[in-house]
Write a new protein. Structure first.
Lengths: 371, 302, 81
């Protein structure tokens, strides 16, 4: 069935169809229409879910942790400062190996207050042990949330997962989305089987003091799970394609086969880059696009290109664009550009210009340093 | 009810990590006897989190979800929601937190959970400071007390958490202390049998924190009530009843013992000046005037 | 999958009886079986048998039992070791 709606409403719909038993969320622009829709589902549409209208984002993640530890599927959504506020509990969820799924609507961080999109909020979470996906269309938001549950809950993984997408550009923009039947979703996403749970018949204590050596083993276990997640993401993406007709995986490679240069980027910029690649190709440029759908685990294996033009809609002050720097260790040449911070518009024309700059051997902040 | 009538079942195992003479474990033993097996403890950073001992062993024989310092009531909210969805309605989430994680850093989560009518019990054991991190002042530390962040004695009186909690209009709020185990047991039992947000605060004298001999923990808890420093009450659907010695004091049948008896037994008050003691008495008198007014307005209400 | 899960174990911190400096002994002839010592023991180290029995493997020697006994049936003596 084709549904035409905003990414926020689509995210709420996907969450509903995944059948979490508990959701806990706190409103923040530009995520608000998600929590509003969740409340409507629970109050007006008879959706069988406990929706905890928590008093802060930190409590939202903590409530999800409490619920997931008790053995149920959970959901939350946030953005920007809300994500930052729950940062401590993101780490907690990762170390506790609770497969919570969260939607994050990318929004720049203040001060000053900025409600438009950049990816610093989610980028700042890259060490938390969360699997991180970025969506570049409302369809990818829907498909991403459904797959996130399957990937997170896989017993080789058991890590929390987030799906991020650009505030306003996607969150408040309507696009057509092909939504499968509930029965098909149920067949794809079986009932949640926790890796561990609170159980009065078998009492355990979770999270008491852990001495150094076993702590390091816990961390190692997380790293191994992330490595296995790469395989699971590809498997789930393939199964999704077989069932629903849209194939996913760690990355999307667009017109890369004979490309001399590839543009590497994420989220809405990747959608823009599709147009840029087509227009450049029309002019005879041998260029392709790698859309990094998955940021954690980082898909190094998919970036074996000689010349990679990286566009970061984020900045790690003192380092540079995060994506570019995560890729510097690769054998190929990396041309790093920082663009679109605070919601500065980056169109396909800008991306064509960035391509030209990279061909001249330039890189840097666009258009602040190079234009 | 006599002490011998309290249940035999122990949910706290021997060989835990508490200091000798620790009031928390005295409270926990009695509380768990009332709460029973179908209890999920949600424990933020506090002494209890350490008392559990080290991975891979725990001294607690009920499920325990340790959680971040400021987040206990939010964690319990999640547990309660999940239990409801799993139809495990006879299992109760119980926060077991110190005054740090309740009065201060955890106050927001507590308030939210109470206001949302979360189906859980919140127990705060109050040793009037951040004990676990080494005796720093908290919002529950009384005026004049030495702590490692108030070397010359705290300059402010403690806040009244009972008033804050009762302002949420919850079905059950009570205070207790370890010196009266039957009273504590009965209150925990009553809370256990109710639904909705329930709150119990247990006064817990701490030997290393307050600087007194570890054999006197229970004696000091009793003295706190007899001097009026701690009041025992129970509010069922906002109807307040004072209990035990506090009741006798309120009804005028007993006098409060002089607060000097309370102060001289504790090293944390060793440096008090006569002016400090005057101020302590002033606050105590004002508080009891307030309790008296509360008592009389409840009486009139009948 | 490794996460911080611990199992209920008696003696989780080892034999905490080794912490003792003073050691309680109960004079059973004086004992009136009021069970105050039992309920007030922070370490659950007093068993309710026919008479109270102290588990010296875990008693930390805090002296609360001696302090609270209404008939002074418990004495704290120096731990011999």
């Amino acid at each position: 069935m084709i549904v035409i709606d905003t990414a926020n409403h689509i995210a709420a719909l996907a969450a509903k169809m995944a059948r979490p038993k508990v959701a806990a969320a706190y409103p923040i622009t530009p995520q608000t229409t998600i929590v509003e829709r969740l409340a409507q589902y629970v109050e007006q549409a008879d959706v069988d879910m406990e929706y905890i209208r928590v008093e802060s984002e930190h409590s939202a993640m903590t409530a999800c942790i409490g619920a997931a530890a008790t053995g149920v599927r959970t959901f939350t959504a946030t953005a920007s400062h809300g994500l930052l506020l729950m940062h401590e509990m993101l780490h907690w969820a990762g170390l506790a190996r609770l497969p919570i799924v969260m939607v994050n609507v990318n929004r720049a961080i203040g001060p000053g207050w900025n409600i438009w999109s950049d990816l610093n909020d989610a980028m700042s979470q890259r060490d938390t042990g969360w699997i991180q996906f970025y969506a570049s269309s409302n369809q990818e938001v829907f498909d991403g949330v459904i797959q996130a549950y399957k990937i997170a809950e896989h017993h080789d993984v058991l890590l929390p997962a987030m799906v991020s997408y650009d505030g306003f550009i996607l969150s408040h923009t309507s696009m057509p989305v092909d939504v499968p039947d509930q029965k098909e979703i149920d067949a794809f996403l079986p009932e949640f089987k926790p890796g561990w749970r609170i159980d009065v018949e078998n009492p355990i204590t979770h999270g008491n003091i852990v001495p150094p050596e076993p702590y390091m083993e816990i961390r190692y276990s997380m790293q191994r799970a992330m490595e296995k997640a790469k395989r699971v993401i590809e498997e789930v993406g393939k199964e999704y394609g077989e069932r629903f007709g849209r194939y996913y995986g760690l990355v999307e490679e667009y017109r890369c086969d004979d490309a001399d240069y590839v543009i590497v980027t994420m989220a809405a910029l990747a959608a823009e880059a599709h147009f840029a690649v087509d227009r450049l190709r029309e002019r005879g440029e041998k260029v392709g696009l790698v859309n990094l759908r998955t940021f954690r685990p980082f898909p190094y294996e998919k970036l074996n290109y000689d010349h990679m033009i990286v566009i970061d809609r984020d900045i790690s002050p003192g380092l540079g664009g995060v994506l570019a720097h995560e890729m510097k260790a690769l054998p190929g040449e990396v041309y790093g550009f920082v663009a679109g911070l605070g919601g500065v518009d980056v169109t396909y024309k800008d991306i064509e210009r960035i391509y030209a700059l990279a061909r001249e051997g330039k890189q840097g902040w666009y258009p602040t340093e190079v234009k | 009810m006599a002490i011998k009538d309290l249940p035999m079942e122990e949910y706290l195992l021997e060989g835990h990590a508490a200091c000798p003479g620790c009031p928390i474990t005295i409270a926990l033993r009695t509380a768990l006897k009332a709460l029973g097996k179908k209890t999920v403890l949600v424990i933020p950073a506090c002494c209890s989190a350490v008392i559990e001992a080290l991975y891979p062993k725990t001294a607690f024989n009920v499920p325990v979800l340790n959680i971040a310092f400021e987040a206990a009531a939010a964690g319990a909210s999640g547990v309660a929601a999940a239990l409801k969805m799993l139809h495990e309605t006879d299992v109760v989430p119980v926060v077991w937190a110190g005054d740090g994680g309740t009065y201060d850093i955890g106050l927001q989560a507590l308030s939210g959970a109470l206001e949302r009518r979360t189906d859980f019990i919140y127990v705060c054991y109050n040793n009037q400071m951040y004990s676990n991190t080494g005796i720093q002042r908290s919002g529950a530390t009384p005026y004049g007390a030495w702590t490692t962040t108030t070397w010359g004695g705290k300059k402010e009186h403690q806040k009244d958490l009972s008033e804050i909690v009762m302002a949420h209009h919850i079905p059950y709020a009570a205070t207790a202390t370890i010196a009266y185990p039957q009273d504590l047991f009965n209150k925990m039992k009553k809370a256990r049998e109710m639904k909705g947000p329930r709150f119990v605060e247990i006064f817990a004298p701490c030997p290393p924190g307050w600087r007194f001999d570890m054999s006197k923990t229970v004696e000091l808890a009793k003295l706190a009530v007899e001097t009026g420093v701690w009041v025992l009450y129970e509010a069922v659907n906002e109807h307040i009843e004072f209990n035990g010695t506090s009741k006798s004091i309120i009804e005028g049948k007993k006098e409060r013992r002089p607060v000097e008896e309370w102060l001289t037994l504790q090293g944390r008050f060793r440096h008090l000046t006569p002016d400090d003691i005057t101020e302590i008495k002033r606050e105590l008198d004002a508080r009891w005037e307030h309790y008296r007014q509360l008592y009389h307005s409840q009486q009139k209400g009948e | 999958m490794k996460t911080a899960i611990s199992l209920p174990t008696k003696g989780a911190m080892g034999k905490t009886g080794t912490w003792r400096v003073f050691r309680p002994t109960i004079d059973l002839e004086k004992c009136i079986k009021c069970w105050r010592c039992w309920i007030f023991c922070p370490d659950a180290a007093i068993a309710r048998n026919e008479y109270p029995v102290i588990d010296y493997d875990y008693c930390k020697g805090c002296g609360i039992c001696a302090n609270e006994c209404p008939v002074n049936a418990i004495e704290m003596g120096r731990e011999e070791k």
